[in-house]
Design a protein around this ligand. Structure first.
Ligand code: MN
Length: 231
């Protein structure tokens, strides 16, 4: 097959302890999955009828020690530290009791958000895409193969320039990982290579160019990067 120009390279993420790489199919994200964060954003925390979902493009991932470029068009870039689920299986209408069988591993990631553009979109009832799905908007650690274990009550935390900004136990999630997979699979046929950013706890706040960000999912994964000033 020939192409008018070279096909774009596949987005991949390193796998901890391996030279293999995890090929990214899609990036799904969950909104308002921690009660205290829902409150700080002015929403009434409730599990509701279904989780809030949105997406980022696969090539928004930033990994391998690369530093994300500070995005254009925002005066209020925010960090959102999140547990990330990486799938090696898929399907539609998945039973929550079988959902963890589809999980390849876990990572810690940051759902970078143009908060000012998100607030404007919410006010107008517009989509969130430009607030969430920009270039370099999905920093992620290496993916740690689950190997039969799953995060239950691990601490998830982020510091900016050495000061802790967000910290929670992942057990505080309103929708659990199996529930998220089951709900998402009612809307999309999930595929091997899908990543799911599972929502952020309270304490979201601004990032500036040159800020140093350090995240960890205790006992699993760590991620560190510096926001790069646009030339
Ligand atoms: Mn988020």
């Amino acid at each position: 097959m020939s192409h008018p120009f070279p096909p774009p390279p596949a987005a991949t993420v390193p796998i901890a302890g391996s030279t293999d790489r995890f090929p990214v199919h899609r990036i799904y994200c969950v909104g308002r999955n921690y009660a205290e964060h829902a409150r700080e954003m002015g929403n009434v925390p409730e599990k509701g009828a279904a989780p809030v979902f949105f997406m980022k493009p696969a090539d928004a991932v930033v990994s391998d020690g690369r530093d994300p470029l500070f995005p254009s068009a925002t005066q209020n870039l925010h960090h959102e530290v999140e547990l990330v689920v990486a799938l090696s299986g898929g399907g539609a209408d998945i039973d929550p009791a079988q959902a963890l069988d589809l999980v390849y591993g876990y990572a810690v990631g940051v759902d970078l958000t143009r908060r000012d553009l998100q607030a404007a979109a919410k006010a107008k009832g517009n989509p969130w895409d430009i607030a969430k799905g920009f270039d370099d908007s999905a920093p992620i650690s290496a993916i740690v193969p689950a190997g039969g274990r799953h995060p239950v009550d691990e601490r998830l935390a982020i510091s900016v320039n050495g000061i802790e900004k967000q910290s929670t136990q992942v057990s505080e999630m309103l929708w659990t990982v199996p529930e998220i997979i089951a709900e998402l699979s009612k809307l999309y046929r999930l595929q091997p290579g899908d990543l799911i950013y599972t929502g952020t706890p309270a304490g979201v706040g601004p990032l500036a160019p040159c800020d140093r960000v350090e995240c960890r999912l205790e006992g699993w994964a760590e991620l560190a990067f510096t926001m790069v000033l646009r030339a």
